[in-house]
Design a protein around this ligand. Structure first.
Ligand code: ADP
Length: 163
C-alpha cells in the first residue's frame, strides 16, 4: 500500500490544492489530506469546516481520505502509516520554505520522504489568502475554488458582515 499525506491549512481549499490532490491520487494507492488545526495562522474557517469542505470537494476522487491533525506533521504521517509527505510548489517564494521544512523533517524523521509537486500553470498564482482577499471585497471567486467551497466562503463573509 503506497500511502502519502498532503498536509496543509486549507483555509479554504482552492482549485490549486485540488489539482495537487487529484495528481497525487494518481501516484499513490491512498492520499490522506491532513488538515492542520494551525492556530498560528488564525484560520477563517474552523477545523471542522475545513475538513467538511475538503471531504465534499474530494468525494469523487478515489483513494482520497481527509483527516485533521495538530502538532508535528511527521507524527501524523507515521500515525497514518504513510512514508511520504506531498507539498505543492507554486513559485520561488514557496521553494525556500518548502526546502527548509523538507530538510528539517528529513533530519527528525529519516523514514519519511517529502515529494514536492509543481503546480499546474493555471493555478500558479492562486492561494487561499488571495481568495479570502477577493471574497472580502465581494469579488467573484467561482473561478478559483470548487463550487461547494465558493458557497461556504460567501456564507462566511455574509456572517462576518452581519456581525
Ligand atoms: P500551509 O499553511 O501548510 O502552507 P496551505 O493550505 O497554504 O497550507 O498549502 C498547503 C500546500 O499546498 C502547500 O504545500 C502549498 O505550497 C500548496 N499549495 C497552495 N496553493 C497551491 C497552488 N495554487 N498550486 C499548488 N500548490 C499549492
Amino acid at each position: 500500500m503506497r500511502r502519502a499525506v498532503y498536509p496543509g491549512t486549507f483555509d479554504p481549499v482552492t482549485n490549486g490544492h485540488l489539482d495537487i490532490i487529484r495528481r497525487a491520487a494518481q501516484q499513490f494507492d491512498e492520499v490522506v489530506v491532513g488538515v492542520l488545526c494551525n492556530s498560528k495562522k488564525s484560520p477563517l474557517f474552523s477545523i471542522d469546516e475545513r475538513v467538511r469542505m475538503l471531504q465534499e470537494v474530494t468525494k469523487d476522487i478515489p483513494g482520497v481520505r481527509v483527516d485533521s491533525f495538530d502538532g508535528m506533521t511527521v507524527n501524523f504521517v507515521r500515525a497514518c502509516g504513510a512514508g511520504v509527505i506531498i507539498r505543492g510548489l507554486r513559485a520561488v517564494t514557496d521553494f525556500e520554505n518548502e526546502l527548509q521544512m523538507a530538510q528539517t523533517n528529513r533530519v527528525i524523521a529519516p523514514d519519511i520522504d517529502t515529494m514536492l509537486m509543481v503546480t499546474s500553470l493555471e493555478y500558479a498564482y492562486l492561494s487561499s489568502t488571495i481568495v479570502k482577499e477577493l471574497a472580502s471585497h465581494g469579488e467573484a471567486i467561482e473561478r478559483f475554488v470548487p463550487p461547494y467551497a465558493a458557497e461556504k466562503i460567501k456564507e462566511k463573509y455574509k456572517e462576518i458582515i452581519q456581525k
